[in-house]
Design a protein around this ligand. Structure first.
Ligand code: NAP
Length: 258
């Protein structure tokens, strides 16, 4: 049994949809007070309403992780509403596809600006509140794509997700003596609203490449986030946890034959 996280103040960026929404719901279910952050306020409100309908506590903030003034206002909103910031889930991310030769400088800057710089800005904005309490949990949503694997069309995305881990390792050292841990989630293929658009064929192909023969759920990722947030995970920092049903394990297609 882990120590209860009831009453903890949690910020989840990119919490209006997909993995972030699942993480926000999970923290809400264990009694945390959750700030749901996304650019689209009505979508963020729908996610917050879902948490409140389960008996949880949630507020919303409309902000863009690429803007530092937004991230500072986000942190202040959590401080005003919940009295501080205990846990930051820097989850917001984008994954537009473009192969080399088609990928523009703008595409590259947009993906790195959101996924990498957005992580840096969210963390920087939340640090003063965590430092004041000499306690904090920072949980980044990276990916298997980049740190471990590659996928055509995602050179910029993979670079951003691998770079998040480089950022994490030094941040973990710098913050270790202030009681703040920094860890990363590396999801594989997770079922989200966005995956529906990729079509059945893509879904079937990805499922066939996973030893557990199922795609991940947002709950699978949220449970790992919850673990990193516990008191009991307090001696773990600068680490990444792969949540992928064994997807990165096979060394060839033969390893997946029945
Ligand atoms: P998603 O369903 O598209 O949701 C993305 C969330 O991020 C939305 O809430 C979106 O809301 C928000 N967002 C995007 N750009 C933002 C910005 N500039 N500022 C603030 N919020 C922003 O994505 P997802 O699949 O759940 O992915 C979430 C994270 O998991 C990403 O970091 C992604 O790289 C990672 N990941 C996903 C998978 C997967 O299989 N789905 C696998 C590995 C890693 P607004 O558009 O309203 O801002």
């Amino acid at each position: 049994m882990f120590t209860s996280l009831k009453g903890r103040s949690v910020i989840v960026t990119g919490a209006s949809k997909g993995i972030g929404r699942g993480i926000a719901r999970r923290f809400g279910a264990v009694g945390c007070r959750v700030l749901v952050v996304a650019r689209d306020l009505p979508a963020a409100k729908a996610a917050a309403n879902e948490i409140e309908a389960m008996g949880g506590s949630a507020r919303t903030f409309a902000g863009d992780v690429t803007r530092f003034d937004d991230m500072e206002a986000m942190a202040q909103t959590a401080i005003d509403a919940f009295g501080g910031i205990d846990i930051l889930c820097a989850n917001a991310g984008i994954f537009p596809s473009a192969k080399l030769g088609e990928m523009t400088e703008r595409d590259f800057d947009m993906v790195l600006g959101t996924n990498l710089k957005g992580t840096f800005l969210a963390v920087t904005a939340c640090l003063p509140a965590m430092r004041a309490k000499r306690h904090g949990r920072i949980i980044l949503t990276s990916s298997i794509t980049g740190p471990v694997t590659g996928y055509p069309g995602w050179a910029h995305y993979g670079a951003s997700k691998a770079a998040q881990l480089g950022f994490m390792r030094t941040a973990a050292i710098e913050l270790a003596r202030q009681g703040i841990t920094v860890n990363a989630l590396l999801p594989g293929n997770i079922v989200t609203e966005g995956l529906a658009e990729a079509g059945e064929e893509y879904k079937n192909r990805m499922t066939a490449s996973i030893p557990m023969r199922r795609l991940g759920s947002v709950e699978d990722v949220a449970n790992a986030a919850l673990f990193f947030a516990t008191e009991e995970a307090g001696y773990i920092t600068g680490q990444s946890l792969v949540i992928d049903g064994g997807q990165i394990l096979p060394e060839s297609l033969a390893a997946l034959a029945d």
